[in-house]
Design a protein around this ligand. Sequence first.
Ligand SMILES: CC(=O)SCCNC(=O)CCNC(=O)[C@H](O)C(C)(C)COP(=O)(O)OP(=O)(O)OC[C@H]1O[C@@H](n2cnc3c(N)ncnc32)[C@H](O)[C@@H]1OP(=O)(O)O
Length: 471
Amino acid sequence: MASQVAKSFLKAHSTTAKFDTARRALSVGAALQQRKTLPDRTGKNIVLVDGVRTPFLVSFTDYARMMPHELARHALLGLLQKTGISKDIIDYIVYGTVIQEVKTSNIGREAALAAGFSDKTPAHTVTMACISSNQAITTGIGMIAAGVYDVIVAGGVEFMSDVPIRHSRKMRSLLLRVNRAKTPAQRLSLLATIRPDFFAPELPAVAEFSSGETMGHSADRLAAAFGASRQEQDDYALRSHRLAAAAQEKGYFTDLIPVKVDGKDGLVEKDNGIRVSTPEQLAKLKPAFVKPHGTITAANASFLTDGASACLVMTEAKAKELGLKPKAYLRDFTYVAQDPVDQLLLGPTYGIPKILDKAGLKINDIDTWEIHEAFAGQILANLKAMDSDWFAQTYLGRQTKVGTPDLNKWNMWGGSLSIGHPFAATGVRLAMHTANRLVREDGQIGVISACAAGGQGVAMLLERHPDATPN
Ligand SMILES: CC(=O)SCCNC(=O)CCNC(=O)[C@H](O)C(C)(C)COP(=O)(O)OP(=O)(O)OC[C@H]1O[C@@H](n2cnc3c(N)ncnc32)[C@H](O)[C@@H]1OP(=O)(O)O
C-alpha cells in the first residue's frame, strides 16, 4: 500500500509546492487574523500552572548510571521548587513511560515516593508511546473535569541508557520450569537441556509490534511515499538545530531544571544533543535504516534520549486560591489512530484538522505550533499530506486540504530532532514550549500535535492565560 500511496501522491503533486511560497502567502493572512478566545468545555477552566523538565541528554551520556525513577524524581522536585507549592496540595500524580524499567513498573508511584511525596498521594503510570505525557496530562484533565480532584501532576520519563534486555523465550521457559522443579534431580535434568542458542538475548527495538518494522524504517517509507527528498530532510533538521541553538543561547528554555548527578562535578543544566552542522556534513551521512538508498540518517532523525518532565494542572479557581499565576488554559484535546503500517507517523495530519474544526478555528488562527519531530521526513510527510487536496479527499473525508501552517510559527525553539525525544517526557516539553512561546511571541492560541507508535496521535489546544509569564 505504501507504494500505492506514493504513486497516487506523486501523480497528484507532479510539482511539489515549495514551503517558502506557502509560508510567505500565509504569513500575510496571519497578520490580518483576528484574536479569538476559546470556550471552556469542562466548566472548570483547567489551567497549566507551570512545568519543568530535566535537560534532555543523548543516551549514554551524563545520566547513564541513574535509574529512570531517579530522573523522574528530579522532575517532580523541580516542579515543586519552581511553583513553590507544597506536596500536600497535589491530589494525584499521573506519569508516563514507554520502555518500562521492570523493577519500577508503576514509575509514577516510585518517583513520587523517592521525591518525598506523602504515601497518601496516589500515582499511576500511563503508556501511549511518544504521546505518553500528553496522555498523562489529559488523564489529569479528565479527573479534574469529573470533579474527582482539583490538582494533578502529570509528566513522563524515558531512559534509553538502560532498557530491559530479556533472556530468549527458550531460556525463560526453562528457568521458570527449573524454579518449579520439586527435587534437585529434576532441576539438574532440566538444566542439562540448555543449548547454546538459549543464550541469545532479546534486545528491545524501537519497532512496531504488529508489523515488526522499526520506526526509522517506517518513517523512511513514509518520506519516500510523500516525495520528501534527502535534501529537504537535511534542511529541515538543520533548521531544527539552528532554532534550538538560538533559543538555548537566548535563555528561552526556562522549563529546564538543573540535575545533580552522583559522582559528577557540577550540575547538568543544558540539553546536550543540539548540534548545528553544515549542509555538507549532513549530506555525507549514510542512511541509518533503509540501506543503501534510504534518506533517513542519524542527523535527520530524533536521537535516543534520556529525560523526564512534570507539570502542574489544576482548576483556575484553585490556582487563584493558592495565589499561583497559570501559564495557559488547557482548552481541548483529541486522539487519533490510523493504520500503523502505512500511516504510522501521520498523527498530526489527522489530529490537527480534527481539533481545529471542533473549535471552529482556521489554520491561520494559530499563533504557535509545537509539533513533535520524530524524523524530519515524518514532519515533511505531514506537511505535504496537510497541503494535499488528494490526501484530504482520499483519507481525511474532507473536500479540501487542511493547509500549510505558517512555518514562522512552527517549532520556533527547535523540536525533538534537536532538543531530543525521551519518548514519554516529550508531551510536557511541547506543552511548556507552547505556553512560554505564547507569552514571548505575544500569541493567544497554540496547537500541540504528535505522532506515536501504534499509528496513534494527539492534538491539543492551549490558550495563553492572562497572568502568564515566560519564566
Ligand atoms: C513517534 C516517534 O517519535 S517515533 C521515533 C522514535 N525514535 C526513534 O526511532 C529513534 C531514532 N534514532 C535512532 O535510532 C538513532 O539515533 C539512529 C539509529 C538514527 C542513529 O544512531 P547512531 O548511529 O548510534 O548515531 P550516532 O550518534 O552514532 O551518529 C551516527 C553518525 O552521525 C553523525 N551525526 C549525528 N548527528 C549529527 C548531526 N546533527 N550533524 C552531523 N553529524 C551527525 C555522528 O557524528 C556519527 O558520525 P560518525 O559515525 O562519523 O561518528
